[in-house]
Design a protein. Structure first.
Length: 185
C-alpha cells in the first residue's frame, strides 16, 4: 500500500509539472544537429516498383503494408520510400525500400519507436511527417526519428539523425533528452 501511495504522489506531482513530463520541440532543439540541405539528393521517379521479399526478413513479414506504400512512389532520398506502421499504442516499426531494386532496409539493432511522451509535431517544420515521429524529405538522405528508440542495447529518448548511405541507415547524430523531474513531496 505504501508503494502505491508513493506512486500516486509522484504521478500527481508530474501532472502538475507538464513541462517536465512531456518532451516537446524545444527539448529536441540542437544547434549541432545536421540539416536536410547538407544531405540533398536528386529526386527520381520509379515506375512499377517491385518488393524484393528475400532482401530482409521484414520484407516478407510486412509485405502487404510495404507493397501498398511503395505503389505511392518515392518520399525519401530520391528514389526510396520510407514506410512505417503501428505496432501498438504510440509505437511504430519502419523500413526504407529502394524502389529501383525492391530491397528493404532497416537499421541494425533498432526494433521500434515509441512516442508516448512526445508532443513535438512542430519539430523540424517543412518536412514530411504525419505525426508519428519520422521527419524526412524526398530530396534528402537525412532521416530524423523522434521518440524512444527501442534497441538491443535499451531505450533512449530524443531525436536521432540517420543518413542513408550504401543501402544502410547510419546513425550520425543524437540529441538525447533527459528530464530531471523531482516530485515535490
Amino acid at each position: 500500500m505504501e508503494i502505491l501511495c508513493v506512486l500516486l504522489m509522484t504521478l500527481s506531482s508530474l501532472s502538475q509539472q507538464p513541462d517536465c513530463w512531456y518532451i516537446t520541440a524545444s527539448d529536441l532543439a540542437d544547434v549541432k544537429a545536421p540539416t536536410f540541405d547538407t544531405y540533398r539528393v536528386i529526386q527520381e521517379t520509379v515506375e512499377n516498383p517491385k518488393l524484393d521479399l528475400a532482401s530482409n526478413p521484414v520484407a516478407r513479414k510486412y509485405r502487404t503494408v510495404l507493397r501498398l506504400e511503395i505503389a505511392k512512389g518515392p518520399n525519401y532520398a530520391g528514389h526510396y520510400r520510407l514506410v512505417y506502421w503501428g505496432c501498438g499504442t504510440s509505437c511504430a516499426n519502419f523500413a526504407v525500400v529502394n524502389l529501383k531494386t525492391g530491397r528493404v532496409i532497416t537499421p541494425e539493432g533498432l526494433s521500434e519507436v515509441v512516442g508516448v511522451r512526445f508532443y513535438a509535431d512542430e519539430f523540424l517544420p517543412n518536412t514530411d511527417s504525419d505525426g508519428w515521429g519520422f521527419r524526412h524529405k524526398r530530396n534528402s538522405s537525412l532521416l530524423v526519428i523522434t521518440g524512444s528508440l527501442l534497441s538491443d542495447s535499451g531505450s533512449r529518448e530524443g531525436a536521432f539523425y540517420f543518413v542513408l548511405n550504401g543501402e544502410r541507415l547510419h546513425l550520425i547524430h543524437s540529441t538525447v533528452v533527459t528530464k530531471n523531474c523531482k516530485s515535490k513531496q
